[in-house]
Design a protein around this ligand. Structure first.
Ligand code: 6GU
Length: 226
């Protein structure tokens, strides 16, 4: 999988993509993640990429030229399965969409800033619009980092223990059961007996019961959906 990200603040994205699972997956060649500065495509002599909104009002609007030229340039090098605009008014991201997108070969992510991008870009070039939740971020960069992280961990080879991504919360529509490690007793608080007994079937049954109980108590909406 390859993910290209267009941003006005590319430095924001260096950290999340250099460490941990995403960092290792990049180093080992399992995924490619490239961050591009939209200013690189600005034809303005000062590298300007925004302009005042028609009709007036506060804030700036990201202009058509740099963004559309950037997307066309990247599209001349590879074919993208989706051109995704990260925006608070997009479809709210959930695991089902992440699973579907993780099967793609090439994705292009566009991070919005200021008051957003000119509506004609959304109508003519963007193929999907995603939000990561009902709150407002200063820009789409952190949302792009969230999406890329959720995607990369599903790509075969990104996670050492191949089973572990499948047992994440939400992957089966349920919250994950609690986990424990040594010591078996800590300040008078023991680990549940069943986990120490070595009966694999009983452990699996307990974990399923715990997952169901936690989901019922903390996120009953997930059970309604399932
Ligand atoms: Cl994708 N962008 C911004 N700016 N804020 C958000 C978001 C995206 N998703 C939730 N809040």
């Amino acid at each position: 999988m390859r993910i290209d990200i267009l941003s006005a603040v590319p430095d924001l994205l260096q950290g999340p993509f250099s460490e941990s699972i995403v960092g290792r997956a990049r180093k080992s060649g399992v995924v490619e993640v490239e961050v591009h500065d939209i200013r690189k495509w600005s034809t303005d002599k000062h590298g300007k990429i925004d302009d005042t909104p028609f009709g007036g009002g506060a804030g700036m609007v990201m202009a058509i030229q740099p963004i559309v030229d950037a997307i066309a340039d990247l599209q001349s090098q590879r074919t993208y399965d989706e051109v995704i605009y990260l925006t608070p008014d997009g479809e709210r991201l959930a695991q089902g969409r992440v699973n579907q997108l993780s099967l793609c070969g090439n994705l292009l992510l566009l991070c919005g800033h200021y008051k957003g991008i000119d509506q004609r870009i959304r109508e003519q070039v963007i193929t999907m619009e995603l939000s990561i939740g009902d709150y407002v971020l200063s820009g789409g960069e952190l949302a792009a980092a969230v999406l890329a992280d959720a995607l990369v961990r599903l790509v075969p080879g990104a996670i050492g223990d191949g089973e572990s991504a499948l047992t994440d919360s939400f992957q089966d529509g349920l919250l994950a059961p609690p986990v424990y490690t040594r010591p078996a007793e800590w300040q008078g608080h023991p680990v549940p007996d069943v986990l120490l007994g070595g009966h694999h079937a009983e452990i699996e049954k307990w974990r399923m019961e715990q997952a169901l109980e936690r989901t019922q108590r903390l996120r009953p909406d997930l059970l309604d959906e399932a």
